[in-house]
Design a binder for this molecule. Structure first.
Ligand code: URA
Length: 199
């Protein structure tokens, strides 16, 4: 059985409303990240958002606050949403592949992702966004099972569970590599155009 089949199966057993799902996730101890987390970062935003951003996993500030993308990378993501897409951050939904902080911000292990990603798939099903933006390679790879490097797929419109998925660079990567902001800006313009088309 490949991970996608496992995920689809386990997501089916989860509740179909966001509040009940959140209650379950806040109590989750399925993997060892539960032992070191301060807070579970469930995700936040408009539960009926047309646009959903998916990152990798909470960092230190997110772990402290229980909110996604509120540290330095989060501030950049907020600017990307508000200054380029020209919508409020509260109008989109923001979540992560894993909901608890991996120690020292390491990449989550395949086992951690396997136990956590059914929650994300259920969130996607409930929120039902038309467009999903995968932020960075970890997010893209675990959503699609495609190992193509992010630099090759960024800005492409990919059919994903009846939605359009657009991968782009992770804001943390952009902070470390500011010269890549131009390409991320181009990706955002594609997302903006798509948003116009669907609304
Ligand atoms: N990086 C992520 O991938 N997610 C967050 O919530 C914060 C930083």
């Amino acid at each position: 059985m490949n991970p996608i089949e496992i995920n689809t199966f386990t997501s089916d057993a989860l509740p179909n409303d966001l509040e009940t799902l959140q209650k379950i996730v806040l109590e989750c101890h399925l993997c060892d990240l539960a032992k070191t987390r301060k807070n579970v970062v469930f995700g936040e935003g408009d539960p009926q958002a047309k646009l959903m951003f998916i990152g990798e996993g909470p960092g230190a500030t997110e772990d402290e606050t229980g909110r996604p993308f509120v540290g330095r990378a989060g501030q950049l993501l907020t600017k990307m949403i508000e200054n380029v897409l020209e919508i409020k951050r509260s109008e989109v939904y923001i979540a992560n592949i894993v909901k608890c902080r991996p120690p020292n911000n390491r990449v989550p292990t395949p086992e951690e992702v396997a136990s956590c990603i059914p929650y994300l798939f259920k969130q996607i099903e409930i929120i039902d966004p038309k467009i999903i933006v995968a932020l960075g390679s970890t997010s893209y790879r675990h959503l699609t099972n495609d190992k193509t490097p992010i630099s090759k797929v960024r800005g492409k419109k990919i059919q994903f569970q009846g939605r359009i998925l657009i991968p782009t660079f992770h804001p943390s990567f952009l902070l470390r590599n500011p010269s890549k902001k131009r390409e991320a800006y181009e990706d955002l313009l594609i997302i903006k155009e798509l948003l116009c088309e669907i609304s």
